[in-house]
Design a protein around this ligand. Structure first.
Ligand code: GUN
Length: 165
């Protein structure tokens, strides 16, 4: 695991290669944040990454949300996503649970036009199953904001795994 000081010293491309995967399939966030180095703490790096997301256009924010796989979906998963889904207990579910998740995923995508994002490492499958029908009642604007907040939590945990202070 690199130290923060090492990340601070890398060239921009290497920094992006290492920090990019903190956001699912979205290395542009690390790339746009690289020039603000050096960071004094991991928290300040995290805050700068989230500020980059906040400054992005609505289309870019939507693309970031859409880069996430469905929970119990058919997409090929990155190593980080596979571990996150497993930590929620989603790797071994009964056929009826899987069918329920797939139906919620379908309804959610149909209503909002992007996938349901919840930080799988902070929620067990039962909590996720309860969140789906509640969030399905929200507005699209509320759900975009919630998805971005969940992505921030996902990124924070990935960054803790990635870098020592
Ligand atoms: N899709 C919904 N939740 C998650 C999550 O926690 N991680 C990833 N990678 N994708 C998700």
């Amino acid at each position: 695991m690199p130290k923060l000081a090492e990340l601070n010293a890398l060239d921009g491309a290497e920094f992006t290669r290492l920090v990019g995967p903190v956001f699912e399939h979205s290395p542009w966030i690390a790339a746009r944040t690289a020039a603000q180095r050096p960071f004094a703490s991991r928290d300040s790096l995290q805050a700068a990454l989230i500020a980059t997301v906040a400054k992005a256009s609505d289309e870019e924010k939507l693309a970031l949300i859409r880069a996430h796989p469905d929970l119990i979906g058919d997409a090929h998963l990155t190593a980080a996503s596979r571990a996150e889904q497993a930590s929620a207990g989603l790797q071994d579910v009964h056929a009826d649970e899987a069918a329920q998740f797939r139906e919620y995923n379908r309804q959610y995508r149909e209503r909002f036009g992007f996938p349901f994002v919840i930080c799988a490492r902070l929620n067990k499958k039962e909590a996720i199953a309860q969140a789906f029908p509640v969030r399905l009642r929200n507005s699209r604007q509320q759900e975009m904001e919630t998805a971005l907040q969940e992505i921030s939590k996902i990124a924070e945990l990935r960054l803790q795994d990635l870098v020592h202070e």
